[in-house]
Design a protein around this ligand. Sequence first.
Ligand SMILES: *Cc1c(COP(=O)(O)O)cnc(C)c1O
Length: 221
Amino acid sequence: MSDITQHLLSLRHALPPGVDLVAVSKFHPAEAVAEAYAAGQRVFGESREQELRAKHAALPQDVRWHFIGHLQTNKVRAIAPYVSMIESVDSARLLAEIEKQAAACGRVIDVLLEVHVAREETKSGLAPDELRTLLNDGAWRNMPHIRPRGLMAMASNTDNTDTVCADFRAARQLFDEVKAQHFAHDDNFNVRSWGMSHDWPLAVECGSNHVRVGTYIFGER
Ligand SMILES: *Cc1c(COP(=O)(O)O)cnc(C)c1O
């Protein structure tokens, strides 16, 4: 059994029921993705348009590709025909562009709104008030080609588990708030995407039901 297969199976075994796994394959070759595919994995995360395009062409068509990196509006058109979910929506402008490009290819694209809960200035995502403004503004309600599925977040980059846990709990609170205010009757809005290789067990403890794990499965980048 290869290392990739072994790590994938042990991770699957460790994840509680109801927690989905995105295998983050960025910077690893298509052959590595193919190994994970052979072991049954179907959902993969990529953070660059060109790299995603090459792997999409090389892998079977039933792979579900999630875009997880910062996405420039001028790159949306290229991924719209096939991307399954865009997890990193961080502006109203990006959301409108996804609607436009999804409509142009007759698709509905799942999206997560990325929220900034970490203590660092550098992390991307919408500040809590920006998230509230975007949702209250309501333009998204007239976007039939996007399907809001939930929130994505990253914790502060620190070994201090109290800090990391507080970040994840803040994401959970925001999720509950916007779910109640805007999506109470929308069963599709149910994804809480937080947790990576080093912090996913803590993330799951703090309400994640969707983890994005790269290094643990594929090795160092
Ligand atoms: C790279 C990346 C991951 C995976 O991180 P690992 O530490 O390799 O598990 C998860 N989420 C996002 C947004 C990433 O860019």
